[in-house]
Each structure stands twice: as C-alpha cells, then as structure tokens.
Design a protein around this ligand. Structure first.
Ligand SMILES: C[S@@+](CC[C@H](N)C(=O)[O-])C[C@H]1O[C@@H](n2cnc3c(N)ncnc32)[C@H](O)[C@@H]1O
Length: 332
C-alpha cells in the first residue's frame, strides 16, 4: 500500500511516532489550498509518520476489487447521484459550500460529484484505505480537479482527525462500518460550521441484477445469495440499516430532508451495468463462505467467469434494482 505524505504545520496528537528533526509529516495528502492538517500530527520535534499503516480492518487487504465496484456504482447510478447532489444544492442555496468533507470516501464518488456540483468548493476525502485514496487522486487528476481535493488517511474508529471547519459533510455507505457511529456524528457536528449540512446515504438494499430464472442452475440464485449475505451482515455490519434519523437528532442535527431513492434500471443497459453486476456479485460471493449450496456456488462461478458463454457480462436481460435513502441534516 502506498502511503502519501504531505508536509503540514498542524498541531495536536496522533498515533504518529516522532523520529528525527524536521517537519511533521502526516497522512494528510494532496495538493489542496491551505494547510494540510492530517490525522497524524507531530507532537514535539521530529517527524510524525502516519496513522494509516497496519491498523484497522482494511490493513493489508487488496482494495482494487472494491475500487472497481465503487467506481462502477458511481458510473451506473450517475442519475441518482446527480439527484442527491441537486437536493443538497437546494438546501444549501443560501450559502453554497466552499469546504466539503467526504467521510469514508472510498474512490471519491461523493467528493467528486460534489466538486462538480459546487464549483467554488474544495474537498477533503477521508478514508482508512490508502489504496482507495490513491485511486481517488488519480481520478481527480483525470477530471482536472486535483488541486481541489485533498486526501486524508485516517481510521475514524481510532479518533477524530484534526480538520478545518467545513460547510458540507457527506457520508455514503460508510457510517455503518464504524464501530461507534454516534461518536463519528459528534465529530462531524463539531467539524461543521453552524448552518452547515451533513448528507448521510445508506443502502436499503444491496443491488440486484438477475432474473429469477437464469436458464442456468436452480431458479432464485440471487435471492438465496442475498439471504445468505444478510445473515452474515447481521453479525459483521450490525449498524447496517440502523435508524439514522434518530441518531442524527441525538447528535444535535436538525433533519432537513429524508429522501428515498428507488433505482430500477431496465435493459438495454450499457456494458458498465454488466461489469457492475459482476463486481457486486463477486463481492457477495467473497463473503458468502458456505452460506449457499455447492450447486448455487457452481452456477455463480459460471456467471462470474468473464470467459464463459454464460457469463453475466453476456446477458441482455440484466436490470439494476437498489434503494437508497439520503438524509440531509443541518447543524443549527
Ligand atoms: C462501502 S464504501 C463507500 C465508499 C464511498 N463513500 C461511496 O459511496 O462510494 C465504505 C468506505 O468506508 C471506509 N471505511 C470503513 N471503515 C472506516 C474507518 N474506520 N475509518 C475511515 N474509513 C472507513 C472504507 O475504506 C470504504 O472506502
């Protein structure tokens, strides 16, 4: 994993260890304007080296499949994404945001869409994964917005990083990964200026793509995969599907909007939809681990094999069905 460092003048405490004379080098990366204040901040003389190495669930994992999935999600669901940012724009009409914070940014779907929507803004993209942030910076460069986005590698379960006050925060499918989302919400509240907005987005249902009868294997494969996935997630992601309205209120926010988005894309779909289906089902498969029968697993592997004539990439009957909810909350 690559760990980009950026010189900064921040103070505070981090998990970085000081070695040698010189500047504090944090995990705050990027080329945004202003000073970079990273989560790893040097105390005393020496060099603070980042928080990001070897800690947290993402350590040592290869996030390239995740990066692909997140990018395809953004590409295939671009219409929904644009509706969410338009909703935020309406609610921020009085004072368009200049500073944006994307929490658990992944490959930057939120940050990059918001930078497009708010042309006078800069963004900080924060994630635990150095690899995803690296990918995000590449995308930002391709889009010509590298100078408007700064990445910060930090584990929000560890401590709230040192960040400048922001006008708009965004957390999409990320809060449920946190051990203590309420503490994170308290951190976001404090990081927002009074009047500032927080958008929280959660998936009500993981996307589905397949017809019940595939003409291959036993009908109902995808439904069985989802049932097995739900069972696993009940243990592994207990915060999934939690009541964000009440948690936002408890953290002091006023809820300005709670909007369901029902996505139901029908054929003909672009080729990216097939790749999105493949990446999603691969992800499900990797976490099923015995949750479905051997016959189903064999059918799934046939579908997921790009070289198979029965590959999911070859199907003309794919749909994309998913539902998300967006909450837009204001710090009074
Ligand atoms: C499902 S992805 C969503 C990514 C992005 N927000 C999007 O909507 O495309 C969840 C992200 O949260 C990040 N994440 C999980 N736990 C985290 C933690 N403790 N601190 C910071 N980021 C975390 C993951 O690395 C991942 O990029």
């Amino acid at each position: 994993m690559e760990n980009h460092h950026h010189h900064h003048r921040g103070t505070g405490t981090g998990t970085g260890t000081g070695t040698g004379p010189g500047t504090a080098t944090g995990t705050a990366t990027g080329t945004g304007p202003g000073t970079a204040t990273g989560p790893a901040t040097g105390t005393g003389p020496g060099t603070a080296t980042g928080t990001g190495t070897g800690t947290g669930p993402a350590a040592g994992t290869d996030d390239s499949a995740m990066a692909e999935l997140l990018d395809l999600d953004a590409e295939v669901l671009h219409a929904y994404l644009s509706e969410v940012t338009a909703l935020i724009q309406q609610l921020a009409a009085e004072l368009p945001p200049r500073r944006i914070l994307d929490l658990g940014s992944g490959t930057g779907t939120g940050a990059l869409a918001l930078l497009q929507r708010f042309e006078g803004a800069d963004a900080v993209a924060l994630d635990i994964s150095a690899q995803l942030l690296h990918h995000l910076r590449d995308k930002a460069r391709d889009l010509g917005v590298a100078d408007r986005v700064r990445t910060v590698q930090a584990d929000l379960d560890a401590s709230w990083p040192v960040l400048d006050t922001v006008d708009l925060a965004w957390a999409s499918s990320s809060l449920h990964h946190m051990a203590d989302p309420d503490r994170v919400l308290t951190g976001v509240f404090a990081a927002l200026r009074p009047g500032g907005l927080l958008a929280v987005i959660e998936m009500d249902s993981f996307p589905r793509f397949l017809p019940d009868d595939l003409g291959l294997g036993r009908p109902g494969l995808e439904a069985r995969c989802h049932a097995a996935l739900a069972e696993r997630q009940a243990h592994e992601v207990p915060q999934l599907g939690s009541n964000w309205s009440s948690r936002l209120s408890q953290a002091g926010f006023t809820i300005e909007a709670e909007r369901p988005f029902v996505i139901d894309l029908k054929p003909p779909l672009p080729a990216s939809a097939g790749r999105y289906a493949q990446a999603s089902l691969r992800r499900i498969r990797s976490s099923l681990d015995g949750g479905i029968g051997a016959d189903d697993l064999a059918t799934l592997d046939t579908l997921l094999d790009s070289d198979e004539p029965d590959s999911i990439l070859q199907r003309g009957d794919l749909t994309v069905r998913t539902a998300r909810t967006a909450w837009v909350a204001r710090r009074p």
